[in-house]
Design a protein around this ligand. Sequence first.
Ligand code: CUA
Length: 333
Amino acid sequence: MSALGSLLTSAPILVADGSGGGFWMPPQASDFAVGVDGLFDFILYCSIFFFVLLMGLTVYFAVKYKKKDDNQRTSPIHHSFKLEFLWSAIPTVLMVIVFAWGFRDFTALSQTPPDALDVRILGQKWSWTIQYPTLNKECANKLVLPVDRPFTTTMSSSDVIHSFWIPAMRAKRDVLPSRYTGFTVTPTRVGTYPFFCTEFCGQQHSNMGGTVQVLSQDDFAKWVASKDCPGLDPESPDYGPRLFKKFCASCHTDTKDGGRLVGPTLWGKHNTMEKIVGGPDALIDDNYIRESILYPEKQIVVGYEGENMPAFRGRLDDLQLNAIVDYIKTLKD
Ligand code: CUA
């Protein structure tokens, strides 16, 4: 294999491997991807055609009509109606084609058939929670889908603007704190694909992603029946750990050697003293933990100035708060 060939293979996004993605695109994993790639190719090939035509003519005319000597006079130039009509009409027709093609596919993103699988996607600094209201399941940073069945997303954010993007499905839409957004597509190819946040949303923005697993219909039914991604149950003993994973784990570890992510590991913190910026030392007791979750700007431990922990007041109810505080208290030898 040539050096270029091996370079391309090491960058999977560029490989033409029969998955339909072609040279520029990742595999086509949805019905929507086919239309997007077709439009992309149309615009690309039109651009290449006209670039070559125009640059070629420019060079040709520059050589052909080069002034030969000082006595050479330009012959009188008249405008050409035919030429002017064509250079207006051809681009207009191309633009209308691009608009109609794009508009048709764009509106298809908002058409939801009644049998579509309903998926709720919650963005927060800096993780995704995927909920299946009809299946009593909830996953962190993982979207599991059956192949050949449309799914529709209802997306919202609990803090800033995020954007949910599945490159292999060519589907992307902003995730807003103020209202629901969403899209509907049909996965057409079994496989595992990445998804990303594509709206700069703070320190951990580049880590705010996950995977989409598209399963065969049989495998999806097995997954639904499995214990993977159970719905959050306040009665269950892992309620606290799962809330921790959902709300805290993108910035705090919960293990002894977890070290610092954005904030410190919370292992062994309960009942210790910490130095506080601009105030007396504080005991890390239940009230300190509770206050730090709800009003993180109030008592900041020295060394963590400027980390801007998101505040959770209004986002956690007392039951959730208690479960998280209880879990943090258990993090010790
Ligand atoms: Cu969320 Cu970037």
